[in-house]
Write a protein that binds this ligand. Structure first.
Ligand SMILES: [Zn+2]
Length: 416
């Protein structure tokens, strides 16, 4: 109750599908609004006055838990469609080395980078990883996020990848929000397979993916397709195995080098993430499809890069874009989507409205969950975030501090 600005994210143009171009500015704002949810689902959305006059609400007022939002802004709970929460330690040596001038690839070839996180996860018990992930989920809700995609990818053995996914599942069962698990066995070729990456790809395709699918431990298969990670041909092989085992696919793409998208688009990927480098002809293909381009400016910021993904070029060409944190210990140790939104505004020239849409409904499309997440509409899950601001543009404006005071996760309110 008493919501000053309610951003419903209902499509004003009535178009279904991911938001593109000018649709990214359609926030569906209601003033002086109220939302009613029952059993974790949104039942009605409208003016506070109409809610108070509603005979059913009048009759049942004593049964209803009322949350007074004090004239503040309420948004759909953010959908963070790209995180790597299963690791044990921060990578502080990499951090310092980079400040002294080392590049991502120099750090990786000196034994740092993704490979340096493997030992911790391989040696950890599942219980230790569950505790880590659960801590992440609690902290991310405090930033306004209610749906989180969570990748494995710091074990890179069959056993430790399955352990990571099992830890994600157990943590998810103890958190009221929604977690979408992704197998990222193809994060990087581990040391023991160096020089014979094909053997490792076979392990991913013939063991990890079938076992994760059989155990219902993952909904997506992800691949890091770039220089220093997996080739386009290897990515196709892994996508093929994912689809054959009933899993949807997504990829890290174009962070350092450009990759031709056509061979991958035939697998109907839910999302291509990073996409700092992409050709004009590939943009035209993306504009015609529902594959989301997920931008993760936290990684550019933390790597100290001057260049950010060219969001304006993507949006102006009609490519649907989402924003995510890319939370990970090496290149983007942040759980804050408001921070990613602030970077999207200041460094990528997205408007605050475009940034909100990218972090909500288009994030939901990136996880193929837009029929239940990403907007505040009857029938959808009751996922909301209350920010102690009077205007939604303050969310990316006050960078570096969370103004989120309350999240409602599948109908369960949690104060921060
Ligand atoms: Zn990532």
């Amino acid at each position: 109750m008493n919501i000053g600005q309610l951003l419903t994210l209902r499509s004003e143009s009535g178009n279904s599908g991911p938001r593109r171009g000018s649709e990214l500015k359609e926030l569906g704002i209601l003033a002086e609004a109220a939302v009613l949810s029952i059993g974790g689902k949104i039942v009605s959305v409208g003016s506070a006055k109409a809610a108070l006059r509603d005979p059913w609400i009048q009759r049942n007022r004593n049964e209803i838990t009322e949350i007074d939002c004090a004239g503040n802004v309420v948004v759909p709970g953010f959908v963070d469609s790209h995180t790597h929460p299963v690791f044990t330690l921060p990578r502080l040596v990499d951090f310092e080395k980079r400040l002294e001038g080392a590049t991502y690839e120099q750090i990786a070839s000196a034994g740092g980078g993704i490979r340096s996180s493997l030992e911790g996860v391989r040696n950890a018990t599942k219980a230790t990883l569950v505790k880590k992930v659960l801590g992440v989920l609690g902290d991310i809700a405090a930033q306004g996020t209610t749906t989180v995609e969570a990748k494995s990818g710091y074990g890179l053995t069959v056993e430790s990848e399955l352990k990571s996914l099992a830890a994600i599942r157990e943590a998810a069962q103890n958190w009221p929000g929604t977690v979408v698990p992704t197998l990222l066995g193809a994060h990087v070729v581990p040391k023991e397979f160096q020089g014979c990456s094909q053997k490792y790809v076979e392990t991913v395709c013939l063991e990890m993916i079938p076992k994760a699918a059989r155990g219902r431990l993952a909904r997506f298969v992800d691949v890091f397709c770039d220089r220093g990670a997996f080739t386009l041909e290897e990515t196709e092989q892994i996508f093929q195995a994912g689809r054959a085992n009933g899993l949807s696919v997504r990829a890290h793409l174009g962070q350092f080098t450009e990759t031709a998208l056509a061979p991958l688009l035939k697998f109907d990927p839910a999302s291509f993430d990073h996409m700092d480098h992409v050709s004009d002809s590939d943009l035209a293909q993306l504009a015609r499809r529902d594959t989301i381009t997920t931008l993760v400016p936290g990684a550019n910021y933390f790597l100290g890069l001057k260049e950010y993904p060219n969001a304006r070029r993507l949006i102006d060409r009609g490519v649907p874009v989402a924003l995510a944190t890319d939370y990970n210990p090496g290149t983007s140790p942040t759980l804050s989507l408001p921070m990613a939104m602030s970077l999207a505004c200041t460094h990528m020239k997205m408007s605050p409205a475009e940034a909100i849409t990218a972090a909500t409904i288009n994030g939901a499309y990136a996880l193929r969950m837009a029929d239940s997440k990403g907007s505040i509409e009857p029938g959808k899950d009751a996922d909301l975030a209350v920010f102690a601001v009077k205007d939604y543009r303050e969310i990316p404006y006050w960078f570096g501090a969370s103004r989120c005071r309350l999240t409602v996760l599948n109908g369960v309110p949690v104060s921060h």
